[in-house]
Design a protein around this ligand. Sequence first.
Ligand code: F6P
Length: 319
Amino acid sequence: MRKVALLTSGGDAPGMNAAIRAVVRTAIYHNLEVYGVMRGYAGLIEGVMHKMDLGSVADIIQRGGTILHTARSQEFMTLEGRQKALDNLKNLGIDGLVVIGGDGSFRGASELHKLGFSVIGIPGTIDNDIHGTEFSIGFDTAINTVVDAINRIRDTATSHERIFLVEVMGRSSGWIALESGLAGGAESILVPEIEPDYNEIVDRLKRGMGRGKRHSIIIVAEGVDSAYNVSKEIEKRIGLDTRVTVLGHIQRGGSPTALDRVIASRMGALAVELLLQGKSNLMTGIVGTELITLSFDEAVNKKKTIDINAYNLAGILSI
Ligand code: F6P
């Protein structure tokens, strides 16, 4: 292994820059040449990559987004597209690739491995929906952003004695909703993994009001339904006005938390070490405080379910 490349793919996530920095600096530490590919697999197909040095990753550990930019490439889904990408890598004499992204990115990485190229993945998505790792890079920052928003909404909800619905991202996963709702003390948390029980949601609101509580916060994962539809359903049943806040892409930006920077740094270094050991077709992950690896196939074919104990606890604590 003499030359390696790296790219970021899919939705960006805070901490991706910290992972880029770790990959580049670990590679240089081991006397490897390292190339940054722009715009994910799209840039790999177009051959848009440049050599990186120690200075090219200076002053980025604290920045959200990705300095390599990112994209979702349709062309890479085709064998022809992947072959073009492979030719570009080979023409530059690159022997290994690090892919930082989510499950879609790892499906692409696995296909590249099947063509005989060495690829290691690092989980980077705010959704935290990748099987085999407790954390993906960006999740911790995203839930902290949501908790900050909940705190602010709570101020005005209390002042006006209102019911607020906060819609959060996560695609088809409820991780962001569950963890931010638990940390933010939400009255109800709606996740796509569990059918919403509107009677229970409304009963809970009424019980709170019976105790003199005049405001409530309900977290709605985008994978359940639009928070506007959910609000209509609740208004119809309880006969009270509600307000809706859709947090949207605010959740994907911002300076990464210390946790995201630390796991990004550790996984970035491990990815390079795995390539040096001649490994491929693996994703890095973290379980407890330990770094682990698992195959792309396992990571993408198994579903990561939400922590049902945490979900039940949130229900108990907002009784
Ligand atoms: O996968 C990350 C994510 O932010 C999801 O939570 C969300 O559903 C999706 O990306 C939004 O994608 P886009 O930025 O293309 O609108």
